[in-house]
Design a protein around this ligand. Structure first.
Ligand SMILES: NC(=O)c1ccc[n+]([C@@H]2O[C@H](COP(=O)([O-])OP(=O)(O)OC[C@H]3O[C@@H](n4cnc5c(N)ncnc54)[C@H](OP(=O)(O)O)[C@@H]3O)[C@@H](O)[C@H]2O)c1
Length: 441
């Protein structure tokens, strides 16, 4: 293979992901060049603290803490792995304005300012690539941009946040409380010192915003995604879910709700919430730090992608893949050709989350002295209720009765559960969680 002239890289950020990128492009330079014809040279690296000792194979003189020095350096490609929407946005927009292609792992930037970034790339006659932004090393943007183009995507859903998945797995398998599981995730480096963005569902919503915009062909606003995190989940519900054949995960979901007349935009349902997933569902088996995305296309049916959703080398794997796509010209060709980016798609038409039907898990908790009569009490209180129960489960050790309902709108469910609870002597507020059944079950 004929090797091209080395591509000069300006690297904005050299933390978890940036150091992984450095390790791959330096230690694997020969192998990558032999396979792809591409070689990278890192000329300038932006960090916040130039004095920090780093385990990266770059000479000391390439580091700067001045964004303008990075942008003034000689480079052909900017790789942005700083994160956030302040300095990252500035360097990305300035590089694009100067006609330089950008590779970014930054879902927050794309979820909050995607249309601006894509428009800046078009104005600069260049492109932006972002495979690492949505599920670390798991390749999902590539399939959405290329392999699935023949399809009208009906839904995209997944487990996008490794920290939450680790916390939920630790609670269930290690019997830990939510607080202890978060501390364990921090100790092992899976959770930030401030884990709020992860556990509140914000990070999952960033990723869903980017993925669903591409998959469903609409400019989706991050703020319109209904979201609930894992911070109020209780170990009891995780255990009971398992007894009933479900696992509880933080799921991001985007789906078209109704068939639309030809040419009309379809209403989209977008939500991030802790969800009980039936054990036969493809997403149910993902534990620890694994992520997974399930895409339902009208031509191909379901396709499933899973892998390491975060971490230094897995995420750098996706960044370097994008760098090669930029170097070979395919990132530019895709960006020029496809009308799937937020700057050229119509605004999404959102369905009110209260109008979307799902099955729900409903847990009623009783005081210990009531446990002999719990089931009879629930049966009696539920008898004229319009919401159908598909199954009922009793756990005498936990003093709870759990119902799985037929699909119902949240508003109707809330009223029904309040009415049932009004006839019961409960020790706690009822808990309601949406349920994802396996297809065909
Ligand atoms: N970590 C993951 O597993 C993962 C997975 C997928 C996507 N991502 C995305 O990748 C991006 C980077 O994440 P990360 O985990 O690598 O972050 P990180 O470890 O915190 O690294 C951030 C880097 O940016 C530098 N930096 C931060 N603020 C700066 C400023 N004001 N001026 C100059 N440099 C600054 C830091 O400098 P110092 O080194 O001097 O502190 C550090 O090198 C984020 O957008 C994140 O969402 C991360």
């Amino acid at each position: 293979m004929r090797e091209k002239k080395p591509l000069r890289v300006a690297l904005a950020g050299c933390g978890t992901v940036g150091s992984g990128v450095g390790e791959i492009i330096v230690n694997r330079a020969g192998e990558l060049a032999a396979r792809t014809g591409v070689r990278f040279e890192v000329g300038c690296v932006l960090v916040s603290d130039v004095t920090r000792k780093r385990e990266v194979p770059f000479p000391a003189e390439v580091f700067t803490d001045d964004p303008q020095a990075l942008l003034a350096s000689e480079y052909d490609l900017l790789v942005e792995v700083i994160g956030g929407t302040d300095i990252a946005r500035t360097v990305v927009l300035e590089a694009l304005a100067a006609g330089k292609p950008v590779v970014t792992a930054n879902k927050a930037l794309l979820a909050l300012h995607g249309a601006e970034v894509y428009a800046a790339a078009r104005a600069g006659g260049t492109c932006v690539a972002f495979e690492a932004s949505c599920a670390g090393g798991l390749p999902i943007i590539g399939p959405l941009l290329r392999g699935l183009q023949a399809n009208r995507v009906r839904s995209i859903m997944g487990i996008f946040n490794s920290t939450c998945n680790f916390v939920l797995t630790s609670m269930l398998d290690g019997g830990m409380s939510y607080g202890d599981a978060v501390q364990e995730a921090q100790r092992l480096g899976y959770a930030e010192a401030d884990p709020t963005l992860d556990v509140s569902g914000g990070d999952t919503a960033h990723k869903l915003c980017v993925l669903a915009s591409l998959a469903l062909g609409s400019n989706i606003e991050y703020e319109r995604i209904a979201r609930r995190g894992i911070d109020r989940l209780q170990l009891t519900d995780l255990r009971i879910a398992r007894e009933m054949g479900y696992s509880c995960k933080l799921v991001g979901i985007g789906r078209r709700l109704t068939p639309a007349p030809t040419g009309q935009p379809q209403q989209l349902y977008l939500a991030v919430r802790p969800t009980l997933i039936h054990c036969d569902h493809l997403l149910a088996g993902l534990s620890g730090t694994r992520s997974g995305v399930l895409v339902d296309g009208d031509v191909v049916g379901e396709t499933f992608y899973s892998g390491s959703g975060a971490g230094s080398l897995p995420t750098a794997s996706a960044v370097v893949a994008d760098m090669i796509e930029v170097a070979t010209g395919s990132a530019q060709a895709t960006f020029n050709q496809l009308c799937v980016y937020n700057d050229c798609t119509p605004p999404a038409d959102y369905v009110d989350p209260e109008e979307a039907e799902d099955s729900y898990y409903v847990r009623f908790s009783f005081a210990p002295h009531r446990r002999a009569d719990m089931l009879a009490d629930v049966d009696h209180a539920w008898r004229d209720n319009p919401v159908k129960r598909l199954q009922t489960h009793v756990s005498r050790d936990d003093h709870v009765v759990v119902a799985i309902t037929a699909p119902v709108k949240p508003k109707l469910l809330g009223a029904a559960v309040r009415s049932v609870a009004g006839h019961l002597q409960l020790s706690d507020e009822p808990v309601m969680l949406p349920v994802l059944e396996a297809r065909g079950s």
